[in-house]
Structure formats: structure tokens, C-alpha cells
Design a protein around this ligand. Sequence first.
Ligand SMILES: Cc1ncc(COP(=O)(O)O)c(C=O)c1O
Length: 380
Amino acid sequence: MASDVGLNAASSDFAKSPTGDPYLLTPGPLTTSTSVKQAMLHDYGSRDVDFIELNRHICEQLLEIAHAGDSHVCVPLQGSGTFSVEATLGTVVPDDGRLLVLANGAYGKRLAQIAARLQIDHLVEDSGEIAPPDPAAVEMALKKDPKISHVVMVHAETTTGMLNPIEAVGDVVKRYQRIFIVDAMSTFGGMPMDIAVLGIDFIISSANKCIQGVPGFGFIICKQERLEACEGQARSLSLDLFDQWRTMEQSRGKWRYTSPTHTVRAFAQALVELEEEGGIPARHARYCENHRILVEGMEGLGIPCLLPRALQSPIITAFYNPDSPDYTFKEFYTRLKKGGFVIYPGKVTDVDTFRVGSIGHVFPDDFRALIKSVRESMFW
Ligand SMILES: Cc1ncc(COP(=O)(O)O)c(C=O)c1O
């Protein structure tokens, strides 16, 4: 069984990456460096002093790269990114609060789904999948409804790759003195942002996105005074953001419940590599270059992007599936995987698309190789 799934065998079918695995050009998990994977070859106990020190260190570094200053604290939480989103919404919106959800794709809709499941009083401003949230509509909603206490939106909507206007919306939310929550799952660490300037009270991301760690935990950077006001408010025990923070504070870095020890070590190594690369500006420049080569190459092969350039993030790009009776995504995917690249199916409701991510431990030359592989895989 183990050898069926490639365990205990160096898989050489996909000649591209050093480990013989295909490159993951997806929204995550992403391709990681060999040294990030190697960092997991150690066992740590949850109470080990070195491990506890590592936890404190990664939180400090996350606050630093977020330009959060002293006003914010970092709370890591076990689970995938959605767990951190659910913990945030379920903890910070009080029973008598009201949440405005800005949606323009599957991840915006998930925010509303979480609010509904947790019985949080909420309303949804849906701009449709091909349009960004409109700051003027947010202003109108906040003016009309003083009961709205919190506003939440996604930074890069992974459904389409659209970069949403968190600066303009944040400006409105700040003027109306409401609490601003941003799901920056797929952008944090890969795009410069100054969360104190942006006026973000809670920003959420996870280990396996632009920091280039492996899956296993998320983290929330929270304005401390806002988090302190949330004691006893959470709608869940294990997803209680306040308790998670307080426990870590009191124990000076120990997680509540079993800690994702190997993932934390990989993450710490990934942070070292982010710094070695030149920090977020350099990583952003690499992702932009990956994205440029991808888009120009695909368009040169007659495969256009879904979004206009002005709305597109350098994180993930949706392309129209070729309009040919011979084309199937499955066959295209299989051929590209044989060439060493894993792409992603589309998620847009009414348009037939596929997606290619430009983030992770992947470089401009890998994208040149991808375009060559796409050209060789065109069977339609
Ligand atoms: C913007 C955004 N939010 C939330 C999530 C959910 O994260 P996870 O799949 O780790 O739960 C994703 C995943 O890609 C995402 O891109």
C-alpha cells in the first residue's frame, strides 16, 4: 500500500523538483523547499523549552513582518486556515453584534456560511465573482445600519485571483469606527502590507501559503485591545481565540492542546528563508515575475485570463478553459502532471475556468518550463 502512494520510494516520474514531486501550482498546500521539509526530521515535546521559545520567536517575527508594532498580538491556532477564520468570527463578534460580510467568490461566501452556522447576526454584500467589493456600498451600509459592529472581507479571492481593495474598504470601516477583519490567507507574507496603517483589527493567514511552510496551523494577528474585549465570547471551546492567546501568554509560548510541533519547526525554517530571500518585497517581486511569465506565456498560446490585469493578484490566476470539443480539464491536468506541474480546477460559478498559482518555492524558470509543458500538452 505504501509504495502505491509513493511512500518509502523516491518518486522519479516527475523530474522537476529536487524531491521528484511535481510542482504544486495551486492555492496551497504549496511546493516547499527541501530545507523546510528537512526541518521536520525532529521530534519535539509540546513542553520542550526550545520548542516554546520557537513559538514565541515565530509570533514575534510574524508581528514584525506585518508591521504591527506594539498594538497587535499574534495568536497561532491548530488546523487549516478555515479553523482560524471560524475561531476569529466565532470569538470576536459578540451576541449583540452584527457582521457585514463582503463576498465576491467562494471564500467570501464561506465567511457568510461560518456566520450562519455560528448564528452570528450578519448581512452579506455580494458584488458577484467578477467585481470587487465596492467601498461606497460599504459606506452606505454602515451609514444606514449603526448596528453593524464588524466588517469582514477576503484580501485575494482565491476563486478568481482577484485582489480586493482592503485599503479603500479599511478607510471606510475606520471612519465609521467599526472592527475590520481581513482573511489574508493567500496573500500574507507574499505582498507588502502594513496592518497598523491599514487599520486592520484582525488579519488571518496560515502556515502553508506565502510564508511557504507546511499545513497544520493558522495564525491571527489581532489588535490587542480588541482581543482583550472578547473574553468569554467564543462560541466554541477549541476555537476560542481569546483563550488560545491567554494560554500562550500565561505559559510564555505553550499551545493549548497538542501542538503541531513538526509544522512549527518547518514554519520557523520558512521564516528564515523568507528573510534570506530579501523579505516580503523580494518575495512579492518573485511572485509578480512568476505571474507575468505565466500570463504572457498562456496568452501567447491562446489561453486568456478571466480577469482584467487591474483586478488580478499575483497569487493565483484563473484562465478560460479552451473552447474546443476535444478539451477536457482532466486530460490537460494529467498531461501537465506528467510534465511535472499540478494545476487546479476552476471555482467560478458561471464561467468554465482552470487556475494556476504562482506562489510557493517556485521560480521564474519553473514558469518558463510550465509554459513549454503547456505547449507540448495541447491536444485540443
Ligand atoms: C482566501 C482564502 N481563505 C480561506 C481559505 C481556506 O483555507 P484552508 O483551505 O486552509 O482551510 C483559503 C484556501 O485556499 C483561501 O484562499
